[in-house]
Design a protein around this ligand. Structure first.
Ligand SMILES: Nc1ncnc2c1ncn2[C@@H]1O[C@H](COP(=O)(O)OP(=O)(O)OP(=O)(O)O)[C@@H](O)[C@H]1O
Length: 231
């Protein structure tokens, strides 16, 4: 579970987060929409412990990011827009490397099973990732999150540059992760995908969350209208 309470962050005299409150319970997918500069990446970076807030706190399963750093890092995974992997290593080797960094050691079959769970086709498991598409790299990133047994998964712009089929596949995997009890926070500009992938959708402007809607209660058209009226 991810709980963000009254988070404030300034860069010089720019107030990037203004008392942000946001909760992602187990099994929820929270899509955070907002213009460039709304504060989405700042929120993710503070949640990961990369940046310290001026005030407020982020709790991962009840433990405070920063203060209980080792406890929170173990339970959180981050999938950036472009997943950074070692080009000369295979998918299995990359997964092995990043799993070991997180303190887990798996045999080859377990590693391949995680890649299969992330929907990476088996022919790609033993191939070097240098030539992988964005969608394939993302699947390795998801396999890393699964292998790490992260309860909270943060994603930045996961569907930008994915073709419709890859977006559909990605949507199914995220729903599966949520059905297993993960809490997923996705920063995105993709309004249509937010409605299909999210359980909740938040619209952020100038460091504040101005609306939170349940994805079941809104059509893509209505969300687009609300978004354009808000930002
Ligand atoms: N290191 C920094 N130094 C100064 N200002 C920053 C820094 N990082 C972010 N900002 C400013 O803080 C505000 C929020 O930025 P942030 O990157 O969190 O927004 P965002 O919603 O993620 O935008 P995008 O959709 O472009 O990724 C912006 O006005 C940005 O210019």
């Amino acid at each position: 579970m991810l709980q963000i309470t009254n988070l404030n962050k300034t860069y010089g005299d720019h107030h990037a987060l203004k008392g942000l409150n946001l909760t992602v319970n187990k099994g929820e997918v929270f899509c955070l929409l907002g213009q460039n500069g709304a504060g989405k990446t700042t929120t993710i970076n503070i949640s990961l412990g990369f940046l310290a807030p001026d005030s407020g706190e982020v709790l991962i399963n009840g433990k405070k990011v920063g203060k209980d750093g080792n406890d929170t890092r173990r339970h959180i995974a981050y999938i950036p827009e472009v997943v950074m992997l070692y080009a000369n290593l295979t998918a299995v080797e990359n997964l092995d490397f990043f799993s070991k960094l997180a303190g887990y050691s798996y045999d080859r079959k377990q590693l391949r099973d995680f890649l299969t769970d992330a929907n990476l086709q088996s022919e790609a498991h033993e191939k070097r990732v240098g030539a992988f598409s964005k969608g394939m790299r993302q699947k390795v990133g998801i396999a890393i999150a699964i292998a790490k047994n992260a309860d909270v998964i943060l994603m930045d712009e996961p569907t930008s540059g994915l073709d419709p089929r890859a977006t559909d596949e990605f949507t199914r995997i995220v729903k599966q992760l949520a059905s297993q009890g993960k809490s997923v926070l996705i920063a995105t500009h993709d309004i249509f995908n937010a409605v299909s992938i999210g359980t909740h959708i938040g619209i952020m402007k100038d460091g504040q969350l101005l609306h939170v809607v349940g994805a079941d209660n809104i059509s893509p058209e209505a969300l687009q209208k609300l978004y354009l009226e808000t930002i």
